[in-house]
Design a protein around this ligand. Structure first.
Ligand code: TYM
Length: 406
């Protein structure tokens, strides 16, 4: 298990814990991302890189980039080199379909990936790890596969270009594509039991499916896992960029270690911070606790009630005190949520100023957020309703994709 030391022991947990299964912060402000970057060995996305991004692509960075929500990277400059010199590359991301209701946090990498696909105009592969969810969480493998199709509707609803997007279920694709399975076993052969134990914290009681699973999440990083997209004679040399929250990094640290041994390029990464639970950056969102987050299935009234009732406030307990002392945006969940979803920089800045000075009250701040999230979620529900079974089947069918640079 990867953990980051944060504070000396004082009866509280000592460390932030960040791995694909646990995100636990010691401090009210959430995970210490500077320490995490140091521990994981990734790089912070700095102003110079953002400037280069804009120069090379001709697009102003997405607000999730300019506000530091996507804050860390590995080899992003190399991907920009590829774009600049018109060399092909692709995007890869994924979802572990463990429940029907995805929460707002799950949406973050997909919203951002959609934007990257529009900017770069490159193919995207989306891995649905129904095998992972069966091995870890679900009792029934058929249920995991059903959830792949349900969650795929939410992903398709975001508007990914069908000509450039392939979504696949591990259960189905492994059985139908020998090139994918060949990469999986090649990766498995390069990683020892000791290594996966050290990276993922597995122990002797974990089932053997879990122990071999990291190779399955690693394999889509290599282009020759997709001969229908990159050609039957592809030797896996087309680089990829993986957008995800930083909890998924352990999989790709392992992948990057293995890649040179298989003569493949290392996947590049772009990592986001976590979208916090309503109760505060310290606690975790959970599909089994409907009060911990806003879900894509929530009604406008539920959104309003959850934010008013549960969103942890950085405001003062009385209006008089608030007017005098102002609120703390750093721990205020309604403000934090606005940084993810309010696109207007000037309005966000004004809200921060007014809330910090005490001019704006918690109820007013929450109202701004409620309006934005009600619209976002109800628009999403409409778009999801428009996704037909035939569309889902089409996105999940292995086929050639349009590849501009080919
Ligand atoms: P899953 O289903 O747990 O999460 C899907 C994606 O959402 C990100 N994520 C979050 N982002 C911001 N705030 C949050 N609170 C939050 N919670 C989850 C995850 O980092 C992920 O990007 N094993 C993976 C599926 C997978 C994958 C991949 C993900 C397979 N291949 C390649 C990313 C890239 C999983 O169970 O994700």
């Amino acid at each position: 298990m990867t953990s980051v030391k944060s504070k000396p022991s004082d009866g509280k947990p000592e460390e932030d814990v960040v791995d694909p299964w646990t995100v636990k912060a010691v401090d009210d402000k959430g995970v210490d991302y500077d320490k995490l970057i140091e521990k994981f060995g990734s790089k912070r996305i700095d102003k110079a890189l953002l400037k280069r991004f804009e120069k090379v692509t001709g697009h102003k960075p997405h607000h999730m980039l300019s506000r530091g929500i996507f804050f860390s990277q590995r080899d992003l400059d190399f991907i920009l080199d590829c774009y600049e010199s018109k060399k092909p590359f692709f995007l890869y991301t994924g979802r572990g379909p463990s429940s029907e209701a995805m929460h707002m946090g799950h949406l973050i990498p997909f919203i951002f990936t959609k934007w990257l696909q529009d900017v770069f105009d490159v193919p995207l592969v989306v891995q649905m790890t129904d095998d992972e969810k069966f091995l870890w969480r679900l009792a029934d493998a058929d249920e995991a596969l059903r959830l792949t199709y349900e969650n795929a509707k939410d992903i398709i609803a975001l508007g990914f270009d069908i000509n450039k997007t392939f979504i696949f279920s591990d259960m189905e694709y492994i059985g139908s594509q020998p090139a994918f399975y060949k990469n999986i076993i090649k990766i498995q052969k390069c990683v020892t039991y000791n290594q996966v134990k050290a990276i993922f914290g597995f122990n002797d009681s974990d089932n053997i499916g879990k122990i071999s699973f990291p190779a399955i999440q690693a394999a889509p990083s290599f282009s020759n896992s997709f001969p229908q997209i990159f050609g039957e004679d592809d030797v896996g040399k087309t680089p990829c960029l993986i957008p995800c929250a930083i909890d998924q990094d352990p999989y790709f640290r392992m992948t990057r270690d293995v890649a040179p041994r298989l003569n493949y390029p290392k996947p590049a990464l772009i990592h986001s911070v976590f979208f916090p639970a309503l109760q505060g950056a310290k606690s975790k969102m959970s599909a089994s606790d409907p009060t911990s987050s806003i879900f894509l299935t929530d009604t406008p009234d539920e959104i309003k009630e959850k934010i008013n009732k549960y969103a942890y406030s950085g405001g003062q307990d009385t209006e008089e005190k608030h007017r005098k002392k102002g609120g703390d945006c750093e721990i205020d969940i309604a403000y934090q949520y606005l940084t993810f979803f309010m696109e207007d920089d000037a309005r966000l800045e004004q809200i921060k100023k007014d809330y910090t000075s005490g001019k704006m009250l918690t109820g007013e701040l929450k109202k701004e957020l409620i309006i934005i999230l009600q619209k976002l979620v109800s628009d999403h529900q409409k778009q999801r309703k428009a996704v037909t079974e035939k569309m889902v089947k089409d996105y999940l069918t292995p086929r050639a994709l349009h590849f501009k640079s080919k």
